[in-house]
Structure formats: structure tokens, C-alpha cells
Write a protein of this length. Structure first.
Lengths: 146, 134
């Protein structure tokens, strides 16, 4: 009897543990705060009928160190971020910032007017404006009554 | 072989010293490197979107506070359709030892990176003691 009770308790408490774990997991996932390693640099895209604006956070690089190319409506951002050079006798206490090479490609869901693509870089944020090609824009077709 | 750059998602500040924000919007923890050399500490913080004029640095007692303001971009007629990073201010605090020469702190922002040079006070610098011959 005693043993049975003990086993029951044990099963119940492990069930409770499981439940707690599941709750914690759900909370983590729903909060969206999952600290997963992501592609670098992260991009945000704003879109409208007339095109898209792509912004990307790439702090700590010079504008001349970014290479942007557009091939068949695929935008590629390429570059590298250099590590801070340690001078003689300098020690590192904390290093959270990454460095190295990066490449990001984004396929755009519309035909891009490649001649009018603009890119600017300010305060570590790259902004690329991609207008939609005139030929690719939706056109209204009027129906004539006969 | 070149290292490929991978970074964690921006981490959000959950509470602001236990108090909640009055300004709407998110606040993130800037990723920071700290280097120490013989005569100064060098602090580098990634704050993309923050310019020279929108960063506040305060030193109260021995707490160094960094706050960078970001104005979220808006494009008329456009809507945010895909988002990999959050947009918001940056906030972080560091406890400094008393060895910092407060008057000599230098701060600059370049390409979205805050660079803080915290010189050590004279008394904290290593000193060479020469042995005199008798």
C-alpha cells in the first residue's frame, strides 16, 4: 500500500513537472523572445504596390564595405565587419558583437526597376529602395459595353 | 578561412529598473564589447539607427547609463510586411569601479556604434617603481 502510494505520488509529481515545463516552453515561444542565432544582417521589408523598401541593421561597417547587387529580382547584400584590433596589452572583458563576413539574399516578389534602385547607409542602417518596374504594375482593364 | 558573421536576435529590456516605460515602444539591450588596456577602458556598443545627437550617457555615482533613441522609420503608403528585427530604443547600465577618471570620458557614435573611452584615474594606473642604487 505504502509503495503504491509512493509510486502514484511520484507519477503525479512528474506529470506536474512535465506540465510546468510545457507551460514554460509555451510562454517562451509565444513571447517571441527566442534568442536564436539568426541570419546576419537582419532585414525588415516595407512594401506597397509601387515597390519595396528594405532596411537592414549593419552597425560598425563603413558604407564602402557593403556590396549590393540585383540579379533577376534577387537582392544580395554582401560585406564584412572587422574585429576591433587589440593593441598591445589590451584585454577583452566582454565580447558580444560578432564580426566576419556576411551575405544575405532576398528574392523580391515583383519586377524591379533596376535603374532606379537607391541605397543609402546612415547610422549603421542600410536602406535600399526598390521601385517596381512600370511593366510589372497591375493594370486596370476597363470593360466596354457593346 | 573567413569567419561567417552570425548574431543573436536583439534582446529586449524587459523591465526598466523594475519600473515600466512611459514611452510606448520597445527597448533593446545593445550588444557590447569591453576592452581594457593599461590606461583606459574601451566600450563599444551596437546601436544601429542611433546618431550622435540621439544618445544620452549619464554617470551617476558609479552607474554608467547608456540610452539611445531611435525614431522608427515610416514610409508613406508602405507597410511593414516582413520583419526580422525589432525597432526601438537602446538602454544599458554598467557599474564602474571607482578607478575611472570621470572628467576624461570620451564618447562618439559612428555608423551606429557607440564608442566610449573611459580613462583610468591616475591612482589606478600601474606604476613602475625604480630601484635606486645605494
Amino acid at each position: 500500500m505504502l509503495l503504491q502510494k509512493f509510486v502514484e505520488n511520484d507519477v503525479l509529481s512528474s506529470l506536474r513537472d512535465m506540465q510546468r515545463l510545457q507551460q514554460q516552453l509555451n510562454r517562451l515561444l509565444s513571447a517571441g523572445g527566442w534568442p536564436a542565432a539568426e541570419e546576419f544582417p537582419p532585414v525588415n521589408v516595407w512594401a506597397s504596390e509601387n515597390g519595396a523598401v528594405v532596411r537592414s541593421e549593419i552597425p560598425g561597417i563603413e558604407p564602402s564595405d557593403v556590396e549590393i547587387s540585383l540579379v533577376n529580382n534577387t537582392l544580395t547584400i554582401k560585406g564584412s565587419r572587422k574585429a576591433e584590433e587589440l593593441k598591445n596589452g589590451q584585454r577583452c572583458h566582454r565580447q558580444e558583437r560578432g564580426y566576419g563576413e556576411f551575405t544575405r539574399s532576398l528574392q523580391l516578389p515583383f519586377g524591379v526597376d533596376a535603374d532606379n534602385v537607391q541605397a543609402r547607409f546612415s547610422n549603421g542602417v542600410l536602406q535600399i529602395t526598390l521601385p517596381r518596374a512600370e511593366a510589372d504594375k497591375p493594370r486596370k482593364i476597363g470593360v466596354k459595353a457593346e | 578561412m573567413p569567419t561567417e558573421l552570425k548574431e543573436m536576435n536583439k534582446q529586449e529590456v524587459l523591465t526598466h529598473n523594475g519600473a515600466e516605460q512611459t514611452r510606448p515602444g520597445k527597448v533593446f539591450v545593445p550588444r557590447t564589447d569591453i576592452y581594457e588596456s593599461q590606461d583606459h577602458l574601451l566600450l563599444l556598443a551596437d546601436m544601429p539607427g542611433v546618431g550622435q545627437d540621439s544618445v544620452d550617457i549619464t554617470l551617476e555615482r558609479n552607474i554608467l547609463t547608456i540610452h539611445g533613441r531611435v525614431d522608427p522609420p515610416e514610409f508613406e503608403g508602405y507597410s511593414l510586411t516582413y520583419s526580422e528585427y525589432g525597432i526601438g530604443d537602446y538602454h544599458r547600465e554598467f557599474a564602474l569601479s571607482n578607478e575611472i577618471d570621470r572628467e576624461g570620458i570620451q564618447a562618439s557614435v559612428r555608423n551606429g556604434v557607440l564608442r566610449l573611452v573611459l580613462p583610468k584615474s591616475r591612482s589606478a594606473m600601474p606604476r613602475k617603481i625604480t630601484v635606486e642604487a645605494e
